[in-house]
Design a binder for this molecule. Structure first.
Ligand SMILES: Cc1cc2nc3c(=O)[nH]c(=O)nc-3n(C[C@H](O)[C@H](O)[C@H](O)COP(=O)(O)OP(=O)(O)OC[C@H]3O[C@@H](n4cnc5c(N)ncnc54)[C@H](O)[C@@H]3O)c2cc1C
Length: 337
């Protein structure tokens, strides 16, 4: 038996993936996941879940950022190929990104050499969708539907002996008693917990529709995307910086519908299922760092893992593996803090 007690704060894609990685590293530790919201109440559940980091996504430096992205791709692609891949909601999908503006919009230096296919669209493919598309790429990647992944990951964590508690954490001191280390995966919640002014919501809104004939994803200009998932197709989107509005905005809905139907006209006959809003936890750079806080004469060891913006499903496994290294360093007592 181990005397090691770890609390992971947060049960979105980042928290649960980090908790599973910690269980691999510390097989006998007592690990708790503590969160105020689960599954359909998280931002993770709003995401279409396509593996495609934005070209501006960044960790502390280029080398670490690339490591996060390649570790993450390996994790998702490995899971997809196991007997549990379908249960975990991980699939492979291909599609197009088009732009009428600039050639670099359709390039992605992070994944061009990572995914199995990433190539320029042919002249014929540039005419697949209405519009004056001048530039395009076709690529194959993975997609993780959090509607499946979050329950799958929570069950896996419980099966391996983890415990899950529903609780809103007011501050680190109030939760730290009895734990050797806290792993902070609270997404936008970290803004208050850490008083972090660099963490900003980027509001997104999507429409989930039934359109089973859509098997390919499409991205167009102005944040327009059509992404087929397991049970529905996600139509998006928007990026509203520093907006905390969590209700559906009817003007955003009309605008998304219009842009998506202009890109793929047969979506006009798609049946709407629901509309969702999520606040992407954006931070530049994403914070995966260790910290020791001193509170009432006591040391609180913390590893932060938050601020993934619009790319948390894509990169969660990569930052989780890195956060585990920081936990190991901190607990081994060789932390430079
Ligand atoms: C419209 C939209 C589309 C997106 N599409 C994609 C996509 O295709 N691909 C992609 O990679 N990403 C996408 N994203 C981004 C992705 O959803 C986020 O990056 C990701 O969900 C962040 O995960 P998280 O676990 O950090 O946060 P969350 O899912 O928000 O989880 C945070 C957890 O912390 C808990 N918490 C917070 N504060 C506290 C507290 N004080 N006490 C206790 N618990 C607390 C919450 O209850 C929750 O359990 C999209 C986002 C949006 C909004």
């Amino acid at each position: 038996m181990s005397d090691l007690n770890i609390a992971v704060l947060g049960a979105g894609v980042v928290g649960l993936t980090t908790a599973l990685e910690l269980q691999k590293l510390y097989r006998n530790a007592h690990i708790d996941v503590i969160a105020s919201c689960f599954e359909s109440d998280t931002t993770s559940n709003v995401a279409a879940g396509l593996f495609r980091p934005g070209t501006s996504f960044c960790g502390p430096n280029e080398e670490i950022t690339r490591r996060w992205i390649s570790d993450a791709y390996r994790y998702w692609d490995y899971l997809r190929n196991t007997s549990e891949g379908a249960l975990a909601g991980v699939t492979q999908v291909s599609g197009y990104i088009f732009s009428s503006k600039y050639p670099n919009i359709v390039r992605n230096h992070y994944i061009e050499k990572l995914v199995p296919v990433y190539r320029p669209a042919t002249e014929k493919e540039l005419k697949l969708c209405p519009g004056d598309w001048l530039y395009g790429s076709f690529f194959t990647t993975v997609l993780t539907s959090c509607e499946y992944y979050l329950p799958w990951a929570a069950n896996k964590f419980l099966e391996r002996g983890g415990k899950i508690q529903k609780h809103h954490v007011e501050d680190f001191a109030s939760i730290s008693l009895g734990y050797d280390i806290l792993v902070n995966c609270t997404g936008l919640g970290a803004k208050h917990l850490c008083d972090d002014n660099k963490l900003v919501p980027i509001r997104g809104q999507v429409i989930k529709v039934q359109a089973p004939w859509i098997k390919t994803f499409f991205y167009g200009d102005y944040d327009t995307y059509i992404i087929p998932g397991i049970n529905s197709v996600t139509l998006g989107g928007c990026r509203q910086y520093d907006s905390y509005e969590q209700s559906v905005n009817k003007y955003d809905s009309l605008n998304i519908k219009e842009r998506c139907e202009a890109l793929v006209p047969n979506l006009k006959s798609a049946k709407p299922i629901k509309e969702l809003v999520g606040l992407r936890p954006h931070r530049d750079p994403v914070r995966v760092e260790k910290e020791v806080r001193h509170c009432n004469g006591k040391k609180i060891k913390i590893v932060h893992n938050y601020g993934h913006g619009g790319y948390g499903v894509t990169t969660a496994p990569g930052t989780a593996i890195y956060a585990c290294e920081l936990v190991r360093e901190t607990l081994a007592g060789n932390s430079k803090l």
